[in-house]
Design a protein around this ligand. Sequence first.
Ligand SMILES: Cc1cc2nc3c(=O)[nH]c(=O)nc-3n(C[C@H](O)[C@H](O)[C@H](O)COP(=O)(O)OP(=O)(O)OC[C@H]3O[C@@H](n4cnc5c(N)ncnc54)[C@H](O)[C@@H]3O)c2cc1C
Length: 531
Amino acid sequence: MERVAAHGHMRMVEAGEVLIKVGTPITHFYVVGSGTLEGLQPMENGETTVRIITSGQFTGEVSMLSGRPALVTLRVRDPGEVIEVDREKLLSLVQTDAELSEIFVRAFLLRRVALLSGGFGDVVLVGSNHSSDTLRIKEFLTRNAHPYTSVDPDRDSGIQDLLDRFRFTIADLPVLICRGTAVLRNPSNRQIADCLGFNESIDQTHVRDVAIVGAGPAGLAAAVYAASEGLDVLVIESNSPGGQAGSSSRIENYLGFPSGITGQELTGRAYTQAQKFRADVAIAETATHLDCAPKAYKIQIDSGEQITARTVIIATGAEYRKLPLDNISRFEGAGIYYGATFIESQLCEGEEVIVVGGGNSAGQAAVFLAQTARKVHMLIRSKGLAETMSRYLIRRIEDSDRIILRTCTEITALEGNGHLERVSWRKDQESSETHDIQHVFVMTGAAPSTKWLSGCVILDEQGFVKTGPDLSREELAGAQWPLSRPPHLLETSRPGVFAVGDVRAGNVKRVASAVGEGSIAISFVHGALQE
Ligand SMILES: Cc1cc2nc3c(=O)[nH]c(=O)nc-3n(C[C@H](O)[C@H](O)[C@H](O)COP(=O)(O)OP(=O)(O)OC[C@H]3O[C@@H](n4cnc5c(N)ncnc54)[C@H](O)[C@@H]3O)c2cc1C
């Protein structure tokens, strides 16, 4: 307490005094000397107590690091004395005092987990689990670790009262009730981020040392190293932090996690770590154009804003390949999925599912889904898995009596009214057979997300960004490379613009290599900033 007190001041507090108001930015951190504080959540008929904080305990959860609006009101229950510390000073303290940092950051994370599992949020989602937009909104909130309560009208008949209160009909769903007041009808991810104030505390106008585009493992690793080494860093993420890895049910080959870790957990921790070191992470903002004029680079954002930075790290990874079927987009999120996490596994509990693809991500999905689904049909176009999948996964697939491997097989048609109902497939180019299956997991690899670079840096034939020694003399001359030195290892054909992770030509498509490249790119960024 003495060490904390050195960064703040003692003050008396009166019963009933509000120290932090729900929905407003958190400005202070408190340690209770005497008396008690209570964390309160507004409810329809008053408030509910989420937590009591007594002498020797401290306030805060993850929003303390991110600067996002408070999820609970903090009020004095019994008068006493507290140490009051500015949020800015607390952030400096967690960076300089490793012991206190461990205690605070661990508590902030665990308290967020408790808020998540208790559904203590300022958001209520009303929508059917069979709707693709309900699923999208759930994934967005979950991957941003924002607690919410969800109500499914298919299961909860009492829902009409709630809808009547806001003058909505079933046809308006999904509806998101945000902070108890704003009611959003089928909101985009960006509207949700705006309503919950995800980007409120981020200044997007000043020139950054480094702008990182993409918050998958590569971008998050770059953010952690850049921010911890004192650089002014802004990360721009079009969806939620975590990238492809965030959609992995269990990553078993990442060093240091012998029993595996879910992609959501791994990348969620990395996101908190980046915020701890004061990296700004703008959520639901898409980079649409990179202006490569020399000196400060400019990144155009879909919101109309422009980010200026002295160096840029391209970490936009890759997007899932789709099946070549005309009506596939009609069923995306309503029977067609590109990731197999806990949310999707709940939707197909006890049912038959299809996993398409023969790589490691498909193998993981099949093994994971076999825990809850009745039967998993694994469809691959080749004759076997040996050339495309790790041996440990092949063995688990062989050992599972719920997984049926169907070689030389491809999907030919999807049918359904709103939600997917039937799937046709054919083997060895013979005639198709149709099955009543409502869930298909497409795990057929990914293509690089590089369209937004608009010719600014040199790409290979598949659209991946070329870097360092992969760039030939002729290519550099064509791109008017201006320096006497050749590009650094991860540097593109523009000085100070780097590419890391899955988006980079020649990258090994693994979490570990994305993290490795993201972190070493920062040493080159330091050099480029001094040039
Ligand atoms: C289901 C699944 C399971 C996997 N399992 C494993 C595993 O067990 N072990 C392993 O080592 N690897 C695994 N992988 C591979 C691993 O996840 C990837 O190699 C890794 O995520 C690549 O990281 P990245 O940061 O380079 O790119 P990504 O993870 O693709 O992240 C890129 C990010 O950039 C964002 N973005 C894209 N375009 C823009 C834009 N224009 N503006 C702003 N943001 C943008 C995206 O939204 C995304 O968040 C798996 C992949 C999948 C799909």
